[in-house]
Write a protein that binds this ligand. Structure first.
Ligand code: GRG
Length: 302
């Protein structure tokens, strides 16, 4: 296949870039408020969201929608919501009472730039804005709006990001391979699974397909978090654009498995994800995006 044909790698790359730029513009628009917002809080919101970010979660929702033959504009509010929630989680994760990180996305973390109180309020405001954007999307049928709202609320909650982060902070419970994988599913996989679920809801997928998508999203998150562990262990702050060595005193899946086995586990997980999304989708956008994500992560480790 020549690489100028529809669906060729070159065109898929261009398409992903267009979606990324749509998400970027929609995020900036989501941070324009109709009524007065205190200036430092508004600056913190913009700093937390618009200062870089690969937009993987939003892109996964749009790419899978295209694979499922759904117009991608219908996923734009979900993509924005996923990225606002993800940014909110990073703001909290970086706080001194959590990971205590001073840099994020090659810039000062939000509390380092604006103070802890403003960072906390910023995170809460981003979560609210995420739900507002989906609730306001007149292009979605009511049942899809409600379904997406539920998926996003569940992803943030005690069984999702908050629970995963709790176990990560306090290393509560057993620290074997399976409990750690379960923690990574909640801490990182939950938003990838939510991205796939949003696309599945808008495409009207049946419950069996939705649960396959959920498992694929969670597995993708586990592999992604494994790469994140390895980058923390093996890369430099300059290359990674964020503090590294933060996990030096923590038990992670990479420390339990060892570097080489961790890498093999991440690759095996990605192969499973690829098989599943290729079986469910027609065009190959999500698969190309997953390959690009893996290649980028691996490039920090070579
Ligand atoms: C307030 C929503 C909220 C949650 C509270 C703090 C917390 C609970 C959860 C944090 C979980 C966490 C930080 C998981 C790590 C996920 C991860 C690997 C982040 C890096 O993702 P990238 O590389 O980041 O996609 P960019 O910067 O590109 O967006």
């Amino acid at each position: 296949m020549s690489n100028t044909e529809p669906g060729s790698p070159a065109n898929i790359g261009t398409q992903l870039e267009q979606w990324r730029s749509q998400i970027e513009q929609a995020l900036a628009a989501a941070l324009v408020f109709e009524t007065r917002v205190p200036t430092p809080l508004h600056e913190a919101l913009r700093h937390a969201v618009l200062g870089g970010g690969k937009r993987y979660r939003g892109l996964l929702a749009m790419a899978l929608a295209a694979d499922l033959s759904v117009p991608t504009e219908r996923l734009l509010s979900s993509a924005v919501a996923l990225e606002l929630i993800h940014s909110a989680s990073l703001v909290v994760d970086d706080l001194p009472c959590m990971d205590d990180a001073s840099r994020r996305r090659a810039a000062p973390s939000t509390h380092a730039a604006f103070g802890e109180a403003t960072a906390l309020l910023c995170s809460i405001a981003l979560l609210s804005r995420a739900h507002e954007r989906v609730a306001q999307d007149a292009g979605l049928i009511p049942i899809a709006r409600a379904g997406i709202g539920e998926v996003l609320a569940h992803a943030v909650g005690a069984a999702g990001l908050c629970g995963g982060q709790y176990d990560d902070l306090f290393q509560d419970g057993p620290l074997g391979v399976e409990p750690l994988i379960d923690r990574y599913r909640r801490k990182t996989g939950v938003l990838f699974a939510a991205a796939f679920a949003c696309a599945g809801i808008v495409a009207g997928c049946d419950p069996e397909v939705q649960s396959r998508l959920q498992r694929a999203g969670e597995r993708l998150g586990v592999s992604f978090q494994l790469y994140d562990d390895l980058i923390d262990q093996l890369s430099s702050a300059e290359t990674a654009g964020k503090d590294v060595g933060k996990d030096a005193t923590k038990v992670t899946l990479a420390t339990v498995l060892g570097t080489e086995a961790a890498r093999r586990e991440a690759e095996a997980g990605l192969a499973l994800v690829q098989t599943e999304i290729k079986a469910l989708s027609r065009e190959g956008y999500a698969s190309a995006l997953v390959s690009a994500m893996a290649a980028r992560a691996a490039s920090f480790l070579s």
